[in-house]
Design a protein around this ligand. Structure first.
Ligand SMILES: Cc1ncc(COP(=O)(O)O)c(C=O)c1O
Length: 419
């Protein structure tokens, strides 16, 4: 660690789980075609979706939209016309009572959460506050965020075990306490890494707790509804002024545009736009321009429901079935119920080595996964469970996924047999 850097500088520039994951992903994409990329959260190349983005870019090049988008800075909260269109879309498709003032464009969900955690977590005149994660495992990309130390306090989940080597995490509401040092509640839904979806009853309980304590409930819908629709259970998007919702264009197949939207009370959208001016001046405007026409009718919803959801749901089903076939009888394991997102969360109960070592062994065999310990940040005590889990992404080609799963099962069978 470089002592010439500030504490915040050291926190952000030091090694981290998300940095390791993104390095792995970048190296596999650019340097090693043999590597099976079951690690990062890159969306799949879905041909029907790619065709739509290609067509839009040709249209934009022909009608002058591209020149206008490339050649101009937008205001820091996003293009005013896009914000209007987006608010109309949310009112129409989700029934949310929002205006353009409740919508702010950000340079990706990752940056939006950095701004939000910086706004809310950390020292202030009245004492330090933290973000409560009501359930972990939670998104690795939050872990090193916030400028102060320890931005998070997390709750261990309950684990429901079901027939057929399946389990599901649930929020332990009996232990969930909102103390005065909690600045906000935050969760991703569907959850990265587990694929868990918090049901309507539990979501309502979190909303009531947030409202009762006058704190926001942040809900990260990077995979869910209204788009991109990688959610395989019934679930209706809800919003009220106590909620801060994050939506992103990334999992629609546009991660390269670095565009997301936060939907929140105006006090937050204004603060985020102002922070964006200081940190980034403006957002990239290509993503906003590309999707704008799809916001006008129901084509974004159609694309999500009829192309993206079936694509990922089929991949989830086939990857889960293949992994069960490969592991059954060879290890004491369970797979998290796959209710959304792009991942399988594998729990090997009799794993004799930490998941970080399993990750290294698999990397040597040209399979990238993410070891579980990274997803359990904010817990006050260590928990053996976090070293028994790995996250496996199934968005790549069926061949890469199936070969990767076979190698994962083989390695687990070897280490548990020796164990
Ligand atoms: C749960 C979750 N939130 C946020 C992000 C950040 O996405 P982006 O910055 O591309 O919008 C990701 C990316 O994988 C994610 O999985």
């Amino acid at each position: 660690m470089n002592a010439t850097f500030t504490s915040a500088g050291q926190k952000l520039s030091g090694p981290s789980g998300i940095q390791e994951l993104m390095e792995d992903l970048g190296q596999a994409l650019s340097g090693d075609p043999a590597m099976r990329m079951l690690g990062g959260g890159n969306p799949a190349a879905v041909p029907a979706v790619q065709a739509i983005w290609r067509e839009r870019i040709s249209e934009m090049a022909a009608n002058g939209e591209l020149d206008r988008a490339l050649g101009n800075y937008d205001p820091p909260g996003g293009n005013p016309r896009f914000r209007e269109l987006f608010a109309d879309f949310l009112r129409r498709e989700c029934g949310w009572k929002v205006t353009a003032k409740n919508v702010v464009v950000m340079p990706g969900g990752q940056t939006a959460f950095f701004y939000l955690f910086t706004l809310l977590a950390g020292r202030r005149k009245t004492g330090a506050k933290k973000i409560l994660l009501p359930i972990v495992p939670e998104y690795i990309g939050y872990a090193n965020q916030g400028l102060d130390e320890d931005a998070f306090i997390a709750m261990k989940p309950l684990i429901d075990e079901m027939e057929g080597n399946v389990f599901k995490y649930r929020i332990d509401f009996d232990r969930l306490k909102i103390t005065p040092d909690i600045a906000a509640i935050c969760l991703s839904c569907p959850t990265n890494p587990s694929g868990n979806v918090v049901d309507a009853t539990d979501l309502q309980r979190l909303r009531s707790l947030a409202e009762e304590h006058g704190i926001p409930l942040m809900l990260d819908q990077a995979y869910g509804r209204p788009f991109p629709g990688a959610i395989y259970v019934d679930w209706s998007p809800v919003w009220d002024e106590h909620m801060i919702i994050s939506l992103s264009l990334s999992k629609l197949g546009l991660p390269g545009t670095r565009t997301s939207v936060i939907v929140a009370d105006e006090k937050y959208t204004l603060a985020l736009a102002n922070m964006n001016a200081v940190v980034a001046l403006a957002n990239g405007n290509l993503g906003q321009q590309i999707v704008s026409p799809l916001l006008k009718g129901d084509s974004l919803i159609q694309l999500s429901n009829t192309v993206i959801r079936p694509f990922y749901e089929a991949k989830s089903l086939s990857a889960s079935a293949h992994l069960h076939d490969c592991l059954r009888g060879r290890a004491d394991y369970a797979l998290h119920a796959s209710e959304g997102a792009f991942f399988l969360s594998l729990w090997v109960k009799n794993l004799p080595i930490p998941a970080s070592e399993l990750y290294q062994r698999l990397k040597k065999r040209k399979v990238l996964v993410v070891p579980g310990h990274y997803f359990f940040f904010g817990l006050e005590e260590d928990w053996i469970h976090r070293h028994q889990c790995i996250r496996i992404t199934y968005s790549q080609s069926d061949q890469a996924v199936n070969e990767g799963l076979e190698i994962i099962a083989d390695e687990i069978a070897q280490v548990t047999a020796k164990g």
